[in-house]
Design a protein around this ligand. Structure first.
Ligand code: 13P
Ligand code: SF4
Length: 369
């Protein structure tokens, strides 16, 4: 079920009017009070792409991998209010106990990349690929995918990956099978496989709209099958952005997220997960000039937190992730006040059957890091 289907016709899932007119000071005061009264019964993880107005209340911040690890380790919180996007909250629900409830403050906070691979397309693709390549393929999925896709991958003995550990998991996958199917981000899959020495000519692309394998090579050479999905935020960083910076400021260091296209990653100076990017900037010598190719909320936070460095966005015209941005102060407060009043609103629940298959894919990832 898509996020839009979930909220369609459910007016109770929409933010009540009173929160739209409340002052920032009042909302912040109420959130602080609720956090204090619930103490460790409440846990608020916040992804690095969240807005500052939300991040200020996060009990832990991190990239996708860190937040999955942190949620898996937390056994005391009864209420986990996930400030991130839908697939992250699903992952938290899968990794936490039945006594813990996971909430997403705005149910419309989906991920366009995760929506690019639905389970019906994936089952169809799998039948086709098995006929073509036999039992030689291990499926891997970026955690930026629905619980149903994670369950599919778990069912077929594969694993989830994040941008922090894609290299290790892809290396492991090739000890299991001759080929991988990498869902749903073609760019992370291509960039990772290329770093491991697999030539582009050994990579095919599965088009889930036409159900066609886009590949010019011979089947015996095909090692990687990339799902034709992408991140609509990171695809906006271009080779032209890099060319302009190289021309005007050759001493500016360009660092990008591996969700960017292969051409952009190859032409940049460095690439890595959100956590990796933060570590590089933090460790940089004062006065270092950076151009960062990732989500704007994070880039702006790095600019604020590191006045000693000269940081710009690789593409100043790029928008923040619109779905990440749906989580704001009014939605966070609404979610918390519902919890206090015992109203089960914005609860993310992955059914038992899906969860038990998905957890094996997640566990294989978590055990390997
Ligand atoms: P990481 O948190 O793994 O860096 O991924 C970035 C992202 O796009 C999350 O949606
Ligand atoms: Fe999805 Fe890209 Fe937004 Fe991450 S930044 S939530 S991958 S659309």
């Amino acid at each position: 079920m898509s996020i839009l289907d979930m909220v369609k016709g459910r007016t109770d899932a929409m933010l009540p009017e009173k929160y739209k007119t409340m002052s920032t000071e009042e909302m912040e005061k109420r959130i602080r009070r609720i956090k204090q009264s619930l103490g460790t019964k409440l846990f608020i993880p916040g992804h690095h792409y969240q807005k500052n107005e939300v991040i200020q209340f996060a009990d832990a911040t991190g990239d996708s991998l860190q937040l999955a690890q942190i949620c898996a380790a937390n056994e005391q919180a009864e209420h986990i209010v996930f400030c991130g996007v839908h697939f992250m909250a699903e992952t938290a629900d899968i990794l936490t106990t039945d006594d813990q409830t996971v909430y997403l403050p705005d149910m419309r906070a989906g991920c366009s990349m995760a929506d690019m691979a639905d389970i019906f397309q994936t089952e169809r693709a799998w039948i086709d690929l098995q006929e073509r390549f036999g039992d030689t393929i291990l499926p891997l999925t970026y955690v930026n995918s629905t619980a149903a896709i994670k369950a599919f991958v778990g069912r077929h003995h594969g694993a989830t990956v994040t941008s922090s550990n894609a290299r290790e998991i892809v290396e492991w996958a090739f000890t299991q099978k001759k080929r991988i199917l990498f869902l749903p981000d073609q760019h992370l899959g291509r960039n990772t496989a290329f770093d491991l020495g697999i030539p582009l000519t050994h990579m095919a692309v599965w088009n889930p709209i036409s159900d066609i394998l886009e590949y010019d090579g011979t089947d015996k050479d095909c090692q990687v099958i990339l799902w034709k999905g992408h991140c609509s935020v990171h695809e906006n960083f271009t080779v032209e952005n890099i060319r302009q910076i190289r021309e005007n400021e050759p001493d500016r260091r360009i660092i990008v997220h591996p969700e960017c296209t292969h051409e952009v990653v190859r032409k940049s100076d460095d690439n890595g997960s959100t956590k990796y990017i933060i570590e590089q900037i933090t460790a940089g010598a004062p006065g270092t000039k950076w151009a960062i190719g990732t989500e704007m909320n994070l880039v702006n936070r790095l600019i604020e937190n590191h006045p000693e460095q000269d940081i710009i966005s690789l593409n100043p015209l790029v928008c923040p992730c619109l779905t990440m941005n749906r989580i704001d102060l009014p939605h966070l407060l609404w979610c918390l006040e519902n919890i206090v009043e015992g109203i089960a609103q914005n609860v993310i629940t992955v059914d038992e059957a899906t969860s038990s298959e998905a957890v094996s894919a997640l566990d294989r990832m978590l055990e390997s890091v």
